[in-house]
Design a binder for this molecule. Structure first.
Ligand code: 26Q
Length: 821
């Protein structure tokens, strides 16, 4: 509760005052946008008191701090979430009503901060929520991109990327902290200098370009515990070093150029998901925020501690994938060149401070940087990596004398490239995967050599999600119903949700549970009508696949199956068929041509199917434009079926799968990523599992693939579906989907036919879909299944995940914050 601070009348007055001071208007004259700003400033005011109290508590209790280093934080909107976590949502809603303001409309005014692509970025956001709620001292460290993830518009069925200027109107929940600015250096060269005093060599970095990093802090509000942690994201600016007298034309031009060069660094998030792009600017971004963040961490530590050799007792850096891995070398650099430690002391500290999380085994996502680029941009950091590599290779040689294969496979620098994962593993004291199956694959396949040499570093941390955003906020009706039945403890301890299991055979409870689902489906249907102009029937099965578009996630399998069903219905109009709405939402990386074609295909199929009167509306296909955190909340709440159909072994974990489960949608999926653990929790009988196993897929891959042509030649129905891609059924341009068609078969210009086993898994998928339909027709059975999915989702809270990170990796101290008067 905001308790003392929250008083409805004070709140209302504050909103009115803000409208007056900010916009010189009366409440009745204010636009929705202005009201949003005014309310947000009032809320921020409350938060700031807790923020100060939290900083005071931390200063007194001196807990160990985790710095969660991530290129991405996919935060989603803050207003509603902050109000909920402050315990003030209900009261504020009422106060606003009294002012004639609808809280939902107000929440809709907020830009959806999308400083991330997908899974990895949203995981970081969930982790911050859990860290604050559990009372751990944590900073998120990242970049304040001027443009986050692009806005997706669908024009003529094609994805069009539109820049998302989320900062344009000013973002009320950030605080600029120029007093904590840091300098970051790029380029130049390293000069070795003999230091008479110490008798040691000194490394002097000269001729560099300096950029100023300016932090903006965003509050991370814990759930009803007075804790407010900080997400610190860095903006870039030029360093003003010219005097007034030198303000001639040339210098002015130079100054503007410098400013632009700096601004470039933070201009835009790379919209790639699970794919490495070896661009210089990306490397700059990485070093920029890593260097600034570590400098700030060291400075903070030194304010209250004097022995830098004990840094690891108070500080741990968690690297979210390899993107911030130069943290290893940057920490070494600062400890040696700035703090004066020798190599061995610096290494001892560094290797106790850094830990690494792996999020993928996909070869194209592994970060490798050309030596030429790396050493030119970061000469001193590169020099340090060379030395780490030199010493590591000696270790490998000692352990495996004469085995040069090992060096080839494990070296940090090899074949002209710096391998960031190897650097992270060698220096990190912990290496974790994000679901049990994923960690096993890392240990047995991808990182086998490292696991053999240093098994003690490896551990699993199955991902989780915050129930506060994805149930309490996103599905308020269900949340209230759950609290009515089992009390509110699930909000901070999701394992409690298993208490719902006693209602699995309670007809009244099941009825209520499904009524809420129906209301949520109506809400989504309304959204779809307003945003897509498509009418969907909330009585139909809402079958949903929302996630980034990627071939391994197999949206193509889904839409090919839709085509197959369409053919079936047309061929057998009398056939019994439960009406189904296939809902897609996905952004494709702007440069990923095939993924964008798949979006076009989905929209073309939708056009044909939705407008064919002969199938009597039995199938509808909807592509929801601009899938993002804010509409995701509506979508999960309204889903009947959760499509998690990646090629086994390819999806490290998945987290959407957990959000569906929490909201009572059974999984239709492969035994991949965290699906394995979902099935373990909910039981085989409450999920629809199909397809080849990870072992089978990996086995095929190790033996040169499989033969989709055999399926094409022997299965007429599958062949018909493929033919329809190129015979004008869905586009008068018969070449439009040629590339997709070719990718599935051993045609002339295809290197690996059907890499993702779409035809291989097709029949098994279609059969699983039949089971879905049969189960859904049995209303009671379905209701039970849905409720059990919610009831068994306890494991998948990010609170559980974070507690495991704390226990096994970070060893943080729990802090309590009491309110000051
Ligand atoms: C790397 C270098 C250069 C440019 C871009 C990138 C880059 C950016 C983003 C590489 C990968 C990503 C994103 C990866 C990602 O989101 N992975 C997902 O992480 C989730 C959280 O652990 C998992 O649940 C998903 O299975 C995994 O795909």
């Amino acid at each position: 509760m905001i308790d003392k601070q929250f008083d409805k009348e004070t709140f209302k007055k504050s909103v009115k005052d803000n409208v007056k001071f900010l916009y010189r208007r009366k409440l009745e004259e204010a636009t929705q946008e202005q009201l949003f700003q005014a309310v947000s400033y009032t809320v921020k005011d409350v938060i700031i008191d807790n923020w100060l109290d939290t900083q005071n508590a931390y200063e007194k209790q001196d807990p160990k701090i985790v710095y969660y280093m991530s290129m991405e934080f996919l935060m989603g909107r803050a207003l509603g979430n902050n109000l909920l976590n402050l315990g003030a949502y209900g009261e504020v809603k009422e106060a606003l009503e009294e002012l004639g303001i609808d809280i939902n409309a107000l929440e809709d005014q907020e830009p959806d901060p999308a400083l991330g692509n997908g899974g990895l970025g949203r995981l970081a956001a969930c982790f911050l929520d859990s860290l604050a709620t559990l009372g751990y001292s944590a900073y998120g460290c990242g970049i304040r991109y001027r443009y986050g993830m692009f806005k997706q518009e669908i024009r003529d069925g094609y994805q069009v990327e539109v820049p998302d200027a989320w900062l344009e109107e000013g973002y009320p929940f950030e605080l600029r902290r120029p007093e904590y600015a840091k300098e970051v250096h790029f380029g130049g060269y390293v000069r070795v200098e003999y230091d008479q005093a110490t008798g040691q060599n000194k490394f002097v970095h000269e001729g560099y370009q300096a950029v100023k990093a300016i932090p903006y802090d965003m509050p991370i509000v814990g759930y009803e515990n007075n804790v407010v942690n900080t997400l610190r994201i860095w903006d870039a600016a030029a360093i003003e070093e010219f005097g007034f007298d030198s303000f001639d034309k040339g210098d002015y031009k130079k100054a503007v150029e410098q400013e632009n060069l700096a601004k470039d660094i933070v201009n835009v998030l790379y919209p790639n998901d699970n794919k490495m792009s070896g661009k210089e600017l990306r490397l700059k971004q990485q070093y920029f925020f890593v260097s600034a963040s570590i400098q700030a961490a060291i400075e903070k530590y030194k304010k209250t501690h004097n022995d830098i050799k004990k840094l690891h007792e108070k500080v741990v850096f968690q690297m979210n994938d390899t993107h911030p891995t130069m943290a290893v070398a940057e920490l070494m650099r600062l400890l040696m060149d700035q703090e004066g430690l020798g190599w061995d002391d610096a290494w001892a500290v560094t290797t106790k401070c850094v830990a690494y999380t792996n999020h993928t085994i996909m070869a194209e996502a592994l970060e490798k940087w050309p030596i030429e680029l790396f050493s030119r941009l970061l000469p001193r950091v590169y020099q340090i990596i060379e030395e780490i590599n030199r010493r590591f290779i000696i270790e490998v040689q000692n352990k495996y004398p004469g085995n040069y294969e090992k060096i080839k496979k494990m070296a940090i620098i090899y074949d002209g490239q710096v391998k960031m994962a190897h650097l992270a593993i060698v220096a990190g004291f912990s290496v974790n995967g994000v679901a049990r199956l994923h960690t096993e694959i890392l240990e047995k396949q991808e990182l086998k050599d490292f696991y053999e040499m240093m098994p003690e570093k490896f551990n699993n941390k199955t991902n989780g999600i915050t129930q506060r955003r994805f149930l309490l906020h996103g599905n308020q009706n269900l949340a209230a119903w759950i609290t009515d039945h089992i009390g509110p403890d699930w909000i901070t301890d999701l394992s409690q949700i298993s208490k719902l299991k006693v209602y699995a055979d309670d007809e009244k409870a099941l009825q209520e549970f499904m009524n809420i689902k129906f209301q949520n489906k109506q809400r989504l249907a309304k959204y779809i009508l307003e945003h897509n102009g498509v009418e969907v029937d909330p009585h139909s099965i809402f079958d949903v696949q929302v996630k980034r578009l990627h071939e391994y996630k197999r949206q193509l399998l889904n839409i090919l199956h839709v085509i197959y069903l369409y053919n079936q219905i047309k061929l057998h109009p009398e056939m019994e068929f439960y009406p189904r709405t296939f809902i897609f939402g996905a952004k494709a990386s702007a440069a990923y041509e095939r993924a964008k074609k798949i979006i076009k295909l989905i929209n073309c199929v939708a056009d044909v199917v939705n407008n064919d009167p002969s199938i009597g509306g039995k199938i509808k296909v909807v592509f929801i434009e601009n899938y993002r955190v804010s509409n995701a909340e509506l979508i999960f709440a309204a889903a009947d079926v959760s499509e998690q159909i990646s090629t086994a072994s390819k999806e490290a974990s998945g987290t959407g799968n957990m959000k569906f489960m929490l909201n009572g949608a059974p999984t239709l999926g492969t035994m991949d990523g965290a699906n394995v653990e979902i099935v373990e929790e909910v039981g085989q009988e409450n999920a629809f599992i199909f397809g080849m196993s990870a072992d089978q897929i990996i086995n095929y891959e190790n033996h040169g693939g499989y033969d989709p042509d055999f399926i094409y030649n022997t299965d007429a129905e599958i062949r018909q579906v493929l033919m329809q891609l190129i015979n004008g059924t869905f586009s008068s341009d018969t070449e439009l989907f040629r590339d997709i068609y070719d990718s599935l078969l051993n045609t002339k210009n295809c290197s690996r036919a059907d890499q993702y086993f779409i035809l291989g898994d097709f029949r098994s998928y279609a059969e699983a879909q039949k089971r879905v339909e049969a189960a859904y027709k049995d209303e009671k059975k379905w209701a039970k299944m849905a409720l059990l999915n919610t009831a068994c989702s306890g494991k998948f809270s990010s609170d559980r995940t974070i507690q495991e990170y704390v226990d096994d990796i970070w060893h943080l101290d729990k802090v309590t914050v009491t309110k000051s008067e």
